[in-house]
Ligand binder design. Structure first.
Ligand SMILES: [Zn+2]
Length: 383
């Protein structure tokens, strides 16, 4: 599993200056490539490399060969995630991405760890820089294998965010699986009947959106600044809620003795949420993705196996008899007598569906929840 450690660097003013120059050159090189990506509709790393490498090398001699490779990598990655997030339509021009000098990517050819210092590439040669090392950083250095890194500047201080490859924790025994449904009406529901409502989250976002609309219609420079501050605040808030809820879900999986956590493949989630634009603007896709990432991250660290299943039919299928039921808002009803919270029903299907493809796994369907449970009784007032 991968974990990132943030190392605060003890830079001299000269080193700080060299990093600033590097960051500027790096982002300029990235921006230089964008036009080629757009014209050739090319974001495959290897193809882009062939397309731009010599040109960029010539234009930015101080960057050196390895840094230019890193820049190509960065641009290709940025377009890949843009494509995964918003899609790039075949008949539409490729959107421009603007790179800022906020961070520089390093790999084993451009940095190394030498005892209690990093040796980092700069346009004026390698430089050795010390770093602060807390308990987390010490553990990572001792147990993990350092991989790629990002040099960033936050409020005038330079950090190296280093990704480590760590051995996976021993898998938990047993065959019990907890199903997790990520919804729109509720943030999440688990197959043992717990519902995590995003009520507070949604209310807050409504407030943010109202404020944002007011500022957007204003259009002045001050209101644009304010807008930026608000969206940062909003992001941090969603992040906080996602952290808390994912933590609670993993704790629950451990509590019931599950060894597997199963959820839907969220790359498809937009397709099966049928909602008006007003609802859709509330929780953007990144919030779902972040939530799933957090769940996966925490689950794997706890030794849970994480599986993603095809979300098709998880919401209309009855988790008791397998027939087609009726879903009206947060109620699910089936002619077999199953009456459940619709998200809980979906999460049970998620647990069940994968069992069909790998029969060794079990389903968390506690008998008291299997038939006609009153949804209200199991709702959690987590938020
Ligand atoms: Zn049924």
């Amino acid at each position: 599993m991968k974990r990132t450690g943030s190392f605060k660097l003890s830079t001299t003013p000269q080193q700080s200056e060299a990093f600033s120059v590097l960051a500027r050159l790096f982002s300029d090189a990235c921006n230089e490539m964008v036009a080629f990506v757009q014209v050739h509709r090319c974001w495959n790393q290897l193809e882009l490399h062939h397309l731009v490498y010599y040109r960029v090398r010539e234009a930015f001699p101080a960057l050196g060969s390895q840094m230019v490779c890193q820049a190509v990598h960065r641009v290709a990655d940025a377009y890949k995630s843009l494509r995964a997030r918003d899609g790039i339509a075949k008949d539409q021009p490729v959107p421009a991405i603007t790179f800022t000098p906020a961070s520089v990517t390093f790999d084993h050819r451009t940095y190394s760890i030498r005892g209690d210092a990093f040796s980092l590439f700069t346009p004026t040669g390698r430089t050795s820089v010390g770093f602060a090392c807390g308990p987390r950083q010490k553990t990572l250095l001792a147990a993990g294998k350092p991989k790629e890194a990002r040099l960033t500047n936050r409020k005038g201080i330079w950090y190296l965010n280093l990704v480590f490859d760590l051995p996976n924790p021993a898998p938990l025994p047993g065959s019990l699986a907890l199903g997790l449904d990520v919804g729109e009406n509720n943030l999440a529901a688990t197959s043992n009947g717990r519902v995590f409502r995003g009520g507070k989250l949604r209310h807050d976002r409504d407030r943010y959106l109202a404020k944002r609309r007011r500022l957007q219609s204003n259009g002045s420079r001050a209101s644009k600044r304010k807008l930026k501050a608000i969206s940062g605040k909003e992001r941090r808030h969603v992040r906080h809620v996602n952290h808390e809820v994912s933590k609670a879900i993993v704790a629950q999986a451990l509590q019931i003795g599950a060894s597997t956590l199963r959820m839907e493949d969220l790359t498809h989630i937009r397709a099966h949420i049928q909602a008006g634009i007003r609802v859709r603007t509330r929780l953007h896709r990144w919030a779902f993705r972040q939530f799933q990432d957090f769940v996966q991250y925490k689950a794997e660290a706890a030794g849970l196996k994480v599986e993603c299943v095809d979300p098709a039919y998880t919401s209309q299928t009855c988790s008791v008899c397998g027939g087609l039921g009726k879903r009206v808002k947060h109620r699910f009803a089936c002619s077999c007598g199953n009456l459940a919270h619709s998200d809980v029903n979906a999460s049970r299907n998620i647990a069940r569906f994968a069992r069909l493809s790998s029969p060794a796994r079990g389903v968390v369907n506690r008998p008291e929840f299997a038939h006609g449970v009153r949804p209200r009784a199991v709702e959690s007032s987590f938020l």
